[in-house]
Design a protein around this ligand. Sequence first.
Ligand code: SF4
Length: 316
Amino acid sequence: MSKFIFGPVNSRRLGRSLGIDIVPKKTCNLNCVYCEVGPTTTKGIARDFYVSWEELKPEFYEVLQKKEFDVVTITGMGEPTLNKNLPDIVQGIKELIDKPLVLLTNALLLTVPEVRREVLEFSIISPSLDAVLQEDFERIDRPVIPVTPQTIIDGLAALRKEFSGKIWLEVLLAQGYNHSPEAIAALQEAVKKIQPDKVHLNSVGRPPLTAMKEKFAESVQPLSMEQLEAIQQKLGDCAEIIASKRQTITQKQKIDNLPENILQYLKRRPADQEEIAQGLNVRSQEIGDILTQLCQNNHIQKKIHEQKVVFFTDVG
Ligand code: SF4
């Protein structure tokens, strides 16, 4: 069983993305209301030595023999820059493959010059900036340490000067949390300062496991497409809406050990049958029986959320 590597999954933005988890669940310096991984349990800003390249390498070699993918995405069931082994992992991967390397980060640690130096070898960095107003930031991202959005914006502006790869700023918008006219005006100013290559507007697309566990899931709702389009227009040409753009399965992919792949997928995020099929690039009909079997054997659970049957591995 893969401990650190999952997928490839069909990413809305990246194509076939091989994901590598480099921090344990759920180690983060934020506790976002929309988080799909679940509530933050290991809180704090202190970086530590989590998974090392030596531990990852055997799994990565095995994956290279068996799987096809377009990009490698460093992520985590938490915030990946908290792992002090990040530079070794980046170097190890780059010595073995010549494919784009992507970092998904909440950007808090990009305020630190040393951490910014560690990420310069990535091809694409996708930092999050959900809110520029302090009050919104505290409501949606719920930092577990004292931090201001302005510090994060300064860190991203510094990264822009130092980093020659692409910066795709991701803004996740949730109904009633971070899309007031003042919030969007402040975001416009921040985008001017950061100068990202793209701004990706996202919304709550998957069941927010954190909010579900804390019993306030009903208050974390997506924006409508009309609301997103209005914000996109304000932000200009660099802004794209990535919410709810489901990809079409163009070819049937053979996946060895589909039940295990489904379990690995659900371990990282709750999903309905259609989304699992999209993520794993298999036809939806192929996984219906497997999901039933996994439920019967108590490996996963299911629940109705937003009028969909959603599958999970560990909702209490
Ligand atoms: S969404 Fe990302 S940044 Fe926010 S709590 Fe989850 S892992 Fe941390």
